[in-house]
Ligand binder design. Structure first.
Ligand code: AMP
Length: 142
């Protein structure tokens, strides 16, 4: 199974925010889109990614002043991205080893989707169920 197959099911919508938006605006966007991470897009394209974890950690250090700070001050600028042709299995390994739950998908430099750990788990469960059904049918045939 490839990332393109996952995007075919879930669609290509990606919640984005500008680097100079405030953390307060970020919180509103996270709640409105009901997501755990937002891709930061500037004039030159993807500039970073910011997740609810970044807010929680920085809030602990900086206190309420953080809310008026720019998103760029808390985002991760070194974003790991994947392409639609990557396999779900390879992404599972990266997400587990590097401990992040969101990966933006780029095609020819354009943002074409985002895959979360939930999407990956759902896809793997679907694959396992399909294999189990095939095995059961094979056994039932005698
Ligand atoms: P998450 O598990 O997605 O909530 O993110 C945990 C941490 O990893 C946060 O500091 C994020 O900014 C960072 N992060 C999330 N996704 C990525 C990614 N694709 N590439 C690099 N860092 C990421």
């Amino acid at each position: 199974m490839r990332i393109a197959d996952v995007l075919r099911t879930k669609g290509s919508a990606v919640a984005t925010i500008a680097p100079d938006a405030s953390v307060s605006e970020l919180l509103r966007a996270l709640a409105e889109h009901n997501v755990g991470a937002i891709v930061v897009v500037g004039a030159g394209g993807v500039a970073g990614i910011v997740s609810e974890r970044d807010v929680v950690r920085r809030l602990h250090e900086a206190g309420a002043d953080l809310l008026s700070s720019p998103v760029s001050s808390i985002m991760t600028a070194d974003v790991f991205t994947c392409s639609p042709s990557d396999t779900v299995d390879s992404l599972t390994v990266v997400m587990t080893e590097r401990r992040f739950r969101h990966v933006p998908v780029l095609s020819d430099g354009q943002l074409v989707g985002i895959v979360s750990i939930g999407d990956v788990v759902k896809s793997r469960i679907g694959q396992l169920e399909q294999s189990a059904d095939q095995l059961q049918a094979y056994i039932a045939q005698g």
